[in-house]
Structures are given as C-alpha cells and as structure tokens.
Design a protein around this ligand. Structure first.
Ligand SMILES: Cc1cc2nc3c(=O)[nH]c(=O)nc-3n(C[C@H](O)[C@H](O)[C@H](O)COP(=O)(O)OP(=O)(O)OC[C@H]3O[C@@H](n4cnc5c(N)ncnc54)[C@H](O)[C@@H]3O)c2cc1C
Length: 311
C-alpha cells in the first residue's frame, strides 16, 4: 500500500486508501470526478515537493497523473517571419526538470533559470514557480484544466490565471483567505491542470537574471550566455544550498516512473560526485548515499516585496 512518505520529498505521511495513476487524459478526469461525486477527500499530487502530510492513514483518493508527454507542435517553423516563438505542450504529469532539460536541449530560451525545481509541470502553474530571476508565468500561453465545480474542461489564459508572486487563480481556488483552506477543494485546487502550453523563444542563449547566479558564472546580471551553461550553473548553485530534491527517492518503486530514467541517472551522478568530494561512501546497493539535507518542501517563506520607501 502506497504511503505519502514514499511519494513526498519530506518523506513523511501515512498510508493512502486509494492511490490512482491514470495514464490517459480521460482517465485522469474520471478519477477526479469519481472521487468528487462520492464526496471522498481528494489529493491530486505531482512530485509531492510542496506538501507536508500527516502520518495518519488517508481515507481518500490520491491521484497522480502518469502522463508525461512533451510535444513541439510548430518545431518545423520556429523563425518564420522573424518570429522566434516556439510552442511546447506538456502533459501535467511531466516532471518539471525533465521539461526544462528538454527545452534547453532543443535550443529554447525561457525556463532555463527554473532548472532543478522539484515537481511537475501541472503544479508549476499552481504557485507560479520561480527562481534566479525567472518565473513560469512569463512562458505560459494557456493551461488546460478540469473544473471540478462546473465539471467541464477549460482553457485558461494568463489573464484568467492571474499569476502573481508564487500565486495564481488555481492556488487561490483552494483557499478561503491567506493561509485559510477553503471548505471545498483543499488540498487540491478547484481546477485540475491537464496540460500546459508554453511559448518559448528559439535561442541557444538566455539572460542571467540574478546576482547569485551571475557571481557563480563570473558575469554581470543582464549578460547573455548559453542556456545550457545557465542550467548547469543553476543546478550547481542549488545543489550547494540543498535546494535540489534527493535523486535517490526515484529508487523507490512508487517513484521509478515519475521522471525520465536518463535524467534520474544524471542527477544520481551529480550527487555521487558531490558525495565523493565530501568523502561520503556509496551505499551497499551502489546508489550514492541519500542527501537528507534535501528532504524538504523547499522554502516555507516568501520574499517580502517592499516599495523603495518601505525598504
Ligand atoms: C528542495 C526543494 C526546492 C524547491 N525550490 C523551489 C523554488 O526554487 N521555487 C519554487 O517556486 N518552488 C520551489 N519548491 C517548491 C516545489 O518544488 C514547487 O511548489 C512545485 O511546483 C511543486 O510541484 P509538485 O508537483 O511536487 O507539487 P505537489 O507538492 O505534488 O502539489 C502541490 C500543490 O499543487 C497541486 N497540484 C499538483 N498537481 C496538480 C495538477 N495537475 N493540477 C492542479 N493542482 C495540482 C496539489 O494538489 C497541491 O495543492 C522547492 C521544493 C523543494 C522540495
């Protein structure tokens, strides 16, 4: 029986009565609708990297989207008429860093600064993930959702999504006020993300948008450089701060299919190299020793946004 402890980065949480992993869009909608129509508590989970779950048994339904397809509908004509926009569609269950790696390999600019953020594409738009001078909102063209209230699918535009700092209308839909869960929907938004359409730019270079990153790269904020180098530097800076997820979690049976195998292996290699530098031996299973410093749900505070006068 699957436990939240096995599918969250905190590594805690009780047994789950019903754990469902739909492999089709209709299966995902049906799983959500089935739980809602029966009045069962529902958690739509992604990478479980922004959750702290009780150790009590959970007598409801946990749905994890097993779909992870990433497609490039207009790949053949990225620079037609001087327009360098390239659209990329990703199913909600796709691992976020798999998505970033894919776009960087394809020579696209827009999300390289968000390398190494744990979780899924579906959850990325719930809190408008951000780091190192970028946030996902600037690259989102539309989000296809299942509306649990009207029981219909909808395409939400950036205007509908009301993106703000670690905020969106999706996130707002499960709260009655700041920090106050709504009676309905919580801990899952009213809108379940099915897929996200991104608009990225055909360019092998990106802008270094954050002081700490610029320092690591030995350049100035605002300089342009290869997106692959920005990604590499972001991963190194995050690793040094314990802000990557522990890749050994993908050795668990319940996590093995939640990320592309080649990317799990390169994450394990990166951790092994760090462990090696620190003189930490590998385990008897051949895997690098887990990095418990990464067993977290990320930052639990937000940066205060002040006017110049308040500052
Ligand atoms: C080490 C570490 C570092 C982090 N660094 C950052 C960072 O730099 N920047 C940042 O912004 N965040 C960061 N986070 C937080 C976390 O990575 C993000 O919040 C991420 O988007 C969560 O994704 P997830 O798939 O794991 O979501 P989960 O934890 O599985 O779910 C979070 C919420 O999203 C909902 N959800 C999940 N999937 C869907 C879906 N398909 N449709 C609708 N709702 C859905 C869930 O119901 C839940 O309410 C970090 C976390 C960790 C552990």
């Amino acid at each position: 029986m699957t436990r939240f402890a096995d599918i969250t980065t905190m590594g805690v949480g009780g047994h789950i009565a019903h754990f469902v992993e739909p492999t089709t869009r209709v299966g995902l909608i049906e799983a959500v609708e089935d739980a809602d129509s029966k009045g069962l508590p529902l958690v739509v989970i992604g990478g479980g990297s922004n959750m702290l779950v009780s150790d009590d048994p959970f007598n409801g339904v946990v749905v994890r989207d097993a779909r992870c397809l990433i497609t490039v509908p207009d790949e053949a004509a990225p620079v037609e008429g001087g327009d360098r926009t390239v659209h990329v569609n990703a199913e909600a269950g796709a691992n976020w860093d798999d998505f970033v790696a894919f776009t960087v390999e394809l020579g696209l600019e827009g999300v390289e600064g968000l390398s190494g953020i744990p979780g899924t594409v579906g959850a990325s738009v719930v809190q408008n993930i951000g780091a190192y001078g970028q946030e996902v909102a600037t690259s989102v063209e539309s989000v296809e959702v299942w509306d649990r209230e009207t029981k219909t699918t909808r395409d939400l535009t950036p205007a509908d999504l009301q993106f703000g700092y670690r905020y969106s209308a999706l996130k707002a839909s499960m709260y009655a006020g700041p920090g106050k869960p709504a009676d309905r929907f919580f801990p899952t938004p009213r809108y379940v993300v099915l897929s996200v359409a991104f608009a990225l730019t055909h360019s092998a270079e990106g802008t270094v948008g954050y002081g700490q990153l610029a320092k690591a790269l030995g350049v100035e904020v605002g300089d342009r450089m290869a997106t692959a180098d920005i990604r590499k530097a972001v991963l190194a800076v995050r690793a040094a701060k314990g802000m990557l997820e522990d890749p050994t979690r993908y050795a668990l049976a319940d996590m093995a299919t939640a990320k592309r195998e080649a990317n799990i292996l390169s994450d394990l290699d990166r951790l092994a190299a760090l462990n090696n530098q620190a003189g930490i031996p590998a385990g008897s299973d051949g895997l690098p020793a887990p990095d418990y410093n990464r067993h977290s749900c990320g930052s639990f505070f937000m940066n205060p946004i002040l006017s110049a006068q308040q500052a």
